[in-house]
Design a protein around this ligand. Structure first.
Ligand code: FAD
Length: 401
């Protein structure tokens, strides 16, 4: 139903993915007038692995949305890591899979139920800026042309595409940090009880990885990713020539469960690729009157390409900063600085993708050392940092203690 266009709102949230909806819900719950806009209608498809790892569970619980999401999702209690020589290790954790079409619609509806108004299609074109340089709203493009909305705050939650960052004057790197591709395969007879998330490393997938995530209804999300496709060339951000379709074919060749899925299942739609922005890099996090949240701020983890949890978290942090009033930009930036070490350690751990033998080593050792396995579970649930697991010191300790 078309909403009446407000000429002013307290907070304009651009982008109705997890980051935008989390922020909009929190602000609306606190009584702020919130306009949430997206270029696409509710129920849009987002290319993603759809995996919800423990940080997403924690953020959803904080929003009061965990039960609603889990009622629709496939629940799982472990992820199985497979190394290049076939070694396997199951790491326990609170995990789930829910296609983004559903997850994002649930979060959007939640924000609306708390009072946020949602408008679509509305594409962010440019910020409105006052003479002192403060962002005071945005020019958006709707079905009937461009219009302006004034706002005390603009939250930019436009995901991994750089165009909005450029338009908002906060882009520091046009290229993404990674790329990934996924497809949905229907194969109910393979959806056996107790199956977990599967993440696979192989020489053939270097410097990336493959995954199979069981979604509800006997459907599997299968894909490949290169989390560092643009970062490894002396910071110049040039693109290496990764052909994700070839990588996907290689995954199907080297991993029998992937081959079986493709052989016996039915591919629904096409394989689709999308960029990733990782490690809290590539954009300024704020400018006066505007906060950049979610993947637009680089909130996706390197190594695994997981980003739903941290997108939600940055949305919640930005909402809290706005609610705290004066100095929201500084407060929000301080919160992201506090998260940075975690992201940097995932960036370091990303060397596993380039050197998959490290995965084999970790798997081999993890199978023999309950203490190491416990630490890996800690990494997954974010109670232990991952960096020293793959540092020279960490490896030496792992092998000899
Ligand atoms: C193939 C692949 C697999 C992945 N697998 C996983 C996984 O299993 N688990 C996980 O946690 N993460 C995964 N990720 C990462 C995850 O998808 C992102 O971290 C997450 O979507 C970021 O959420 P967000 O809200 O910041 O942005 P998005 O979800 O991208 O939402 C941004 C929204 O902004 C809108 N928008 C964009 N530009 C404009 C504009 N100019 N005007 C108006 N609206 C605009 C878009 O339409 C979109 O709705 C994967 C990513 C890829 C590419």
């Amino acid at each position: 139903m078309p909403i009446e266009l407000p000429s002013h709102c307290e907070v304009l949230v651009v982008g109705a993915g997890p980051a935008g909806s989390a922020a909009a819900a929190t602000l609306a719950r606190a009584g702020r007038s919130v306009l949430l806009v997206d270029q696409h209608p509710l129920g849009r498809d987002k290319v993603c692995g759809d995996g919800l790892i423990p940080d997403a569970h924690a953020a959803l619980a904080r929003m009061g949305m965990l039960d609603a999401v889990m009622a629709r999702a496939t629940r799982m209690d472990h992820v199985t890591f497979t190394g290049p020589r076939g070694g396997q290790l199951a790491v326990a954790g609170q995990l789930a899979v829910l296609p983004r079409r559903e997850l994002d619609a649930l979060l959007n509806e939640h924000a609306q139920s708390l009072g946020a108004r949602f408008m679509t299609p509305a594409r962010f074109e440019a910020p409105l800026v006052d003479t002192a340089g403060r962002v005071i709203g945005a020019r958006l493009k709707g079905a009937e042309g461009s219009f302006e909305v004034r706002a005390d705050w603009v939250l930019l939650a436009t995901g991994a595409n750089a165009a909005s960052l450029v338009a908002a004057g906060v882009c520091e790197r046009h290229t993404p940090s990674g790329v990934a591709l996924r497809g949905y395969v229907q194969a109910p007879h393979l959806a056996e009880q107790g199956r977990g998330l599967e993440v696979v490393w192989s020489r053939a997938l270097r410097p990336g990885y493959g995954w199979i995530f069981p979604a509800p209804g006997g459907i599997f999300n299968i894909g490949v990713g290169v989390a560092d496709s643009h970062n490894d060339l002396g910071g110049k951000g040039r693109k290496k020539d990764y052909n994700l379709r070839e990588l996907f074919e290689a995954f199907v060749c080297v991993y029998e469960p992937a081959a079986r899925l493709m052989r016996e299942g039915r591919l629904l739609g096409e394989l689709k690729g999308a960029p990733l922005r990782c490690t809290l890099a590539g954009a300024r996090w704020s400018r006066p009157g505007l906060l950049v949240i979610g993947e637009a701020a680089g909130s996706t983890y390197s190594l695994t390409g997981e980003g739903i949890g941290k997108a939600l978290e940055t949305g919640l942090l930005a909402a809290d900063a706005v609610l705290a009033g004066e100095g929201a930009e500084e407060r929000y930036e301080r919160e992201l600085v506090a998260l940075r070490p975690k992201f940097e350690l995932y960036q370091k751990a990303n060397r596993i993708n380039a050197h998959p033998w490290l995965a084999e080593l970790l798997i081999w050792r993890g199978r023999r050392s309950p203490r190491l396995l416990q630490r890996m579970e800690g990494v997954l649930s974010e109670t232990v940092n991952p960096g020293n697991l793959v540092s020279v010191r960490g490896l030496t300790r792992m092998l000899f203690t």
